[in-house]
Ligand binder design. Structure first.
Ligand code: ASP
Length: 340
């Protein structure tokens, strides 16, 4: 019987060679290991929140045909980006306090190639612009007008992303103008005077060739200051992929994730031998212990996938969900949380 404690001990010594072992125990905590021992659980895609289910189905179209994880995550997150009923991503996303819909997105592949756009306006699919930044420029990040000009020069259409419904919500908000991100409100129907909307799609995929990629896209915190950028487009904060070890992504109050470079931290904990759920838990702990009183009022959730397809999550407040799609399951799980 494989002993996790032993696994931790030996993996510290053996460093990155851990995934060559054949763990045969059920990993505790929030880690899911749906395959028989020693097998790689691929292809596989996981993503944040309930809206991840539809996005995963888009990614699965690619993965199930032996496609590349990179293509899968791009195709997957384009689904919520184009959905006007999701007020925290892409088209129909809630604007900043001045009424501008500004989008953040990033993408990363198995070779540590990465691309990002920050504070991008007028483009329905910021993830595809981020991919082009990765593939066609010597840079990793383009922001604001520069990102928009780059998108337009590459054939993207300039569109109005502020839907009548989002505009109505913003105008109602203007009456109070109170900025107060609320915990766990993904994909919930907005009601006047109800909570503000935020929540990001972060997606991680493992393809049949055993390669990892990830994508993350959001309109960020509704009614943020104009120009505010969250964790989502920041490589290492909102998303990180290391093909030798695993990948991670985050959702929740971006400022707290940036402070600890959250997704990179999760991957580094996995490198030290922690299973994905425990790695997410340790990153959450880092945020909570910095300011325990503040943590009572915030939500951050991490989602992680190890190189062999074991995945896990952890969050500060109860209610963070994530969606999983593989050949054997299509499910939404609720993450374990720091506070019950
Ligand atoms: N992390 C996003 C941001 O701070 C929001 C979220 O995922 O809830 O912009």
């Amino acid at each position: 019987m494989f002993n996790r404690r032993k696994f931790l001990g030996s993996s510290f010594l053996a460093s990155t060679a851990w995934f060559l072992r054949t763990p045969d125990a059920v990993i505790t905590g929030d880690d899911q290991q749906p395959t028989a021992s020693g097998q790689r659980n691929s292809p596989l895609v996981i993503s944040t929140w309930d809206f991840g289910k539809a996005a995963n189905a888009g990614a699965w179209e690619v993965l199930s045909k032996q496609g590349r994880a990179l293509d899968a995550v791009e195709a997957g997150v384009r689904i919520p980006e184009a959905d006007p009923t999701i007020h925290s991503i892409g088209y129909g996303g809630l604007p900043d306090r001045d009424g501008f819909v500004t989008l953040d997105a990033c993408i990363m592949d198995e070779k540590s190639n990465c691309g990002s756009v920050m504070c991008l306006e007028h483009i329905v699919h910021p993830i595809s612009v981020a991919r082009l930044v990765m593939e066609k420029t010597p840079h990793i990040v383009l922001a604001g007008n520069g990102a928009l000009e780059f998108a337009l020069a590459n054939g993207f259409k300039k569109e109005n992303l502020l839907t009548p419904e989002s505009e109505k919500i913003w105008k109602e908000w203007l009456q109070s103008s109170k900025y107060e991100p609320v915990i766990n409100i993904e994909n919930k129907k907005y009601s006047p005077g109800g909570p503000l909307n935020h929540d990001t799609i972060g997606m991680l995929a493992l393809d049949s060739a055993g390669n990892l990629s990830g994508a993350c896209t959001t309109s960020g915190m509704a009614f943020k200051m104009h120009g505010r950028v969250g964790d989502s487009p920041i490589i290492g904060a909102g998303l990180f992929v290391d093909n030798e070890i695993g990948s991670a992504t985050s959702t929740g109050v971006g400022e707290e994730v940036i402070r600890v470079v959250g997704s990179h931290l999760v991957v580094e904990y996995m490198r030290q031998g922690l299973p994905p759920g425990d790695a997410c838990r340790k990153a959450v702990e880092r945020i909570v212990l910095r300011d325990p009183a503040k943590a009572k009022g915030l939500q951050v959730g991490f989602l992680a996938m190890r190189k062999d397809g074991v995945y896990g999550a952890f969050c500060i407040q109860k209610g963070f969900t994530y969606a999983v799609h593989s050949a054997t399951e299509e499910k939404i799980y609720e993450s374990e949380s720091w506070f019950s």
